[in-house]
Design a binder for this molecule. Structure first.
Ligand code: RRO
Length: 298
């Protein structure tokens, strides 16, 4: 039995990737089977998928900023059917359990996504990315405790696999949203998603990103992540996956000290695709290797 378990799913260690920050299918093309022999993460989280295929935002989609990066990717993906047919079989070849991240623009869309993804044996957990507007209410699902709870209450009966709610930092009180998620049946939360930001093109003083605004990540957000992880972990009893600007073992240890049971690496993987593995090793060297069992299995 593995020492590390996220909601009952045994893992080889505590390091995940942040959704959308590591393209495992492209990495396999680039590195071949060497990727599988030294896979950088203990659990792989897919890029968020939607019901319908999406092109994503116009370029530029990435902007370097002091100590960070702003992305305005806009959820390009093959849609549910394309993902199930083409990407899922390849992701199932990875040597670690798989978490599929989904986003719906209405509760009905989310229901369909969760039901279809959860029935696949290749999938161990589901992540609900709630950083999007509910087109029926106009509210960002993850910015309002009531919206988050209403979505989860409809999803919970459809899925017997663990549901991880990816919290947005762009909420008045993420801990209230986390509490609502826990009350409505979430098995874990992960945070932080990116902080809304903007970069101006110095030549034109117009927004540099094709999508105008984007999500700030990297070391620039680490202090925010520490505060939010500590605030959320103090209020809930389900496991917290912490992320935000982690680029070293000590950064990961800080998030764990703030209450995270697991740590995700995001922006650092753009600079160094093997960062997850290095950070896991640095964490072990720091002695942070005690098993942290989720309450359901402890
Ligand atoms: O695709 C994106 O632009 C994106 C998503 Br879905 C997200 O959850 N967070 C982010 O920074 N970018």
């Amino acid at each position: 039995m593995s020492a590390w378990q996220l909601c009952g799913v045994p893992l080889g260690g505590p390091i995940l990737n942040g959704s959308g920050t590591f393209d495992a299918i492209a990495a396999r093309r680039a590195f071949g089977d060497a990727l599988l022999e030294a896979f950088p993460f203990d659990l792989f989280v897919s890029k968020t998928i939607t019901l319908e295929p999406r092109e994503g935002n116009p370029p530029p989609r990435l902007w370097e900023t002091p100590a960070g990066m702003i992305n305005s990717i806009g959820l390009p993906n093959k849609g549910l059917e394309g993902f199930l047919a083409h990407d899922l079989p390849r992701l199932a070849e990875l040597p670690v359990p798989l978490c599929v991240s989904v986003m719906g623009f209405s509760r009905a869309e989310l229901e369909l996504l969760v039901a279809r993804v959860a029935e696949r044996d290749e999938v161990s957990l589901l992540e609900l990315n709630v950083s999007c507007p509910n087109v029926e209410t106009g509210l960002i699902m993850g910015a309002h405790p009531g919206e988050t709870a209403a979505a989860l209450e409809r999803l919970r009966p459809l899925c017997d696999k663990p549901l991880v709610v990816k919290l947005t930092p762009n909420a008045t009180d993420p801990a209230e949203v986390a509490l609502a998620a826990e009350g409505a049946g979430a098995d874990a939360v992960s945070l932080v998603n990116t902080l809304t930001g903007m970069a101006l093109d110095p030549r034109t003083r117009a927004p540099g990103l094709g999508g105008r605004t984007g999500g700030l990540s990297g070391p620039a957000v680490r202090a925010v992540a520490l505060a939010q992880v500590a605030g959320v972990a103090a209020r809930i009893s389900i496991p917290v996956v912490g992320m935000g600007g982690v680029s070293s073992g000590p950064d990961a240890a800080d998030l764990i000290a703030c209450g995270a049971a697991f740590v995700a690496v995001g922006t650092e993987s753009f600079r160094d695709p093997a960062a997850g593995r290095r950070i896991g090793e640095e964490l072990r060297e720091l002695g942070v290797d005690a098993p942290r069992l989720s309450p359901q299995t402890a």
